[in-house]
Design a protein around this ligand. Structure first.
Ligand SMILES: Nc1ncnc2c1ncn2[C@@H]1O[C@H](COP(=O)(O)OP(=O)(O)OP(=O)(O)O)[C@@H](O)[C@H]1O
Ligand SMILES: [Mg+2]
Length: 482
């Protein structure tokens, strides 16, 4: 008997049919992947299982019994836990305090007991978290582990992970992936959402593919090639990976000299028109301050920052925090573009936003970047990947001549990732200077005409003749040597 069965689930949001007959069965103790394009309905489906979305039609069976799951609390009582993609921790509290917070505890569980269980789980899985550390001192990967421990300590036997690796650096993603089989060994059923086909083939037992709200196939992963998975998802072959634009030594466009802010020590770099300078590195090594100082949010401590070919636009990787205003519509978010430059006069008349023009501009971007949503739709209502596409559209809309792209494809499906990378190459070929800051090594290698690594606030150039995954990986861990 399946541990969980979702049958013929339908869900409509206004005019959007997010789910139109989705089926999913989880066998006890399996790692089950859900794969699908941005907006295919993956998050909606798992949110239905976790009591955050009420299906319009269909049924949910837990251990063969039909259940109404109307709240996360009910889901937890039934042994189902969800690790949100956007973390819900309270930064000012400690690891231990955060364990106790959040959705109310199931009635049978006392605080002391929960704490004891959490300690046990931390040891059992060797998760290395200090219970007394404040949550805001934790790196992203640690916060995620804390969320997992919270769920397990609450007795969760079905653990849903919605794009857990999207926010992780490669080494951290590898650590998370290696945790999954250990959970399975102890009987936990894992539902794993990811856009990375290699992750699915590496650790999952079965995969269900969603296309436009319907499940199109469920298959064992053994023997499946990544390319085959990609074909199911989009119904056609995937584009092959691209390579960096041919280097054109254009005019200097951005120059940083001995730039210092807290978290960054003495950064020197010169970015030229027509090139993509890719900065690799594990999150937390200065990417945040570098992005903020380039965006003009963080004042320069000492040194200089010159934008020699304005305008400069920043495409932020943290779309929920700095990328979008979630309460505004798609159109309004596009109008907010700092680099609006050329489009500005068209959009405003006598200081007022012209809504007809806004609509037109929005429709153009929606079509060009294949965003699934109408101009009036609130950004909050977009799927994660479609929010990311909106960020990309916004940053590129002002025709920047210096473009700082921070994890530009985070959360994008395979096809959209390829499209955004090609767009960045195209911008460089057209003469823009692109500074890519990315935790994704594939991205760095596919885009960078030059590659640097950021480690503990310092930048090291990768020697062109040693431009390999191994070499960059070493530098990312500070094992550069000579
Ligand atoms: N609260 C909501 N209001 C309106 N529309 C919504 C809401 N939640 C989801 N949608 C829409 O439902 C569709 C499916 O969204 P969902 O978040 O499930 O996609 P997804 O497969 O998780 O995509 P991604 O890979 O981008 O995360 C999208 O078109 C999205 O815009
Ligand atoms: Mg999603």
């Amino acid at each position: 008997m399946p541990r969980v069965a979702l049958r013929d689930i339908h869900k409509r949001f206004g005019s959007t049919e997010a789910l139109r007959g989705a089926n999913l069965e989880l066998a006890p103790g399996e790692i089950h992947a859900v794969l699908g394009e941005n907006g295919a309905g993956k998050s909606t489906l798992v949110r239905a299982l976790y009591g955050l979305v009420r299906p319009d039609r269909g049924e949910i069976l837990i251990d063969g019994v039909p259940r109404e799951i109307s709240t996360p609390r009910r889901a937890l009582e039934l042994g189902i836990g969800l690790v949100h993609q956007h973390f819900m921790l309270v930064p000012a509290l400690t690891v231990a305090e955060n364990l106790l917070l959040g959705e109310p505890l199931p009635a049978f569980l006392r605080r002391a007991e929960l704490r004891a269980r959490a300690r046990e789980i931390l040891e059992l899985y060797d998760l290395g978290l200090d219970p007394d550390a404040p949550a805001d001192s934790l790196a992203v990967a640690e916060r995620q582990r804390l969320e997992i421990v919270r769920a397990l300590a609450r007795g969760v036997g079905v653990l849903i992970l919605d794009e857990p690796t999207a926010v992780l650096a490669p080494s951290e993603a590898a650590a998370l992936l290696s945790l999954l089989p250990r959970l399975r060994e102890r009987g936990t059923t894992v539902l794993f959402i990811s856009h990375k086909l290699a992750e699915i083939t590496a650790v999952c037992d079965r995969v269900t593919v969603l296309r436009a709200g319907r499940s199109v196939a469920t298959r064992p992963v053994a023997g499946l090639a990544a390319a085959e998975l990609g074909r199911w998802m989009v119904g056609e072959a995937l584009p092959p990976p691209g390579s960096p634009p041919a280097m054109a030594a254009g005019a200097p466009a951005l120059r940083l000299q001995d730039l210092r802010v807290p978290g960054l020590g003495g950064i020197d770099l010169e970015l030229r028109a027509g090139e993509v300078l890719a900065i690799a590195g594990i999150d937390g090594n200065g990417q945040g301050p570098l992005e903020e100082v380039l965006a003009g949010v963080l004042p320069i401590g000492s040194g200089t920052l010159e934008v020699l070919r304005p305008p400069l636009a920043v495409l932020s990787g943290d779309r929920q925090r700095t990328g979008l205003v979630l309460d505004l519509s798609i159109g309004e978010n596009l109008a907010l573009s700092e680099a609006a430059g050329a489009g500005r006069e068209r959009l405003y008349r006598y200081g007022f936003l012209r809504s007809s023009e806004l609509q037109r501009v929005a429709r153009e971007s929606i079509a060009r970047f294949e965003i699934r949503g109408a101009p009036d739709l609130q950004a909050r209502a977009l799927s994660g990947g479609n929010q990311q596409k909106l960020c990309v559209a916004r940053a590129l809309g002002g025709e920047p001549r210096v473009l700082v792209a921070v994890n530009p494809t985070r959360g994008l499906d395979v096809a959209a990732t390829a499209a955004v990378r090609e767009e960045l190459r195209e911008r460089a070929r057209a003469g823009a200077a692109v500074l890519l800051i990315s935790t994704d090594l594939d991205e760095v290698l596919e885009l960078g005409t030059r590659v640097c690594v950021l480690f503990r606030g310092r930048l090291t150039a990768v020697e062109p003749e040693r431009r390999t995954r191994e070499r960059i990986g070493e530098l990312m861990l500070g094992l550069g040597g000579a």
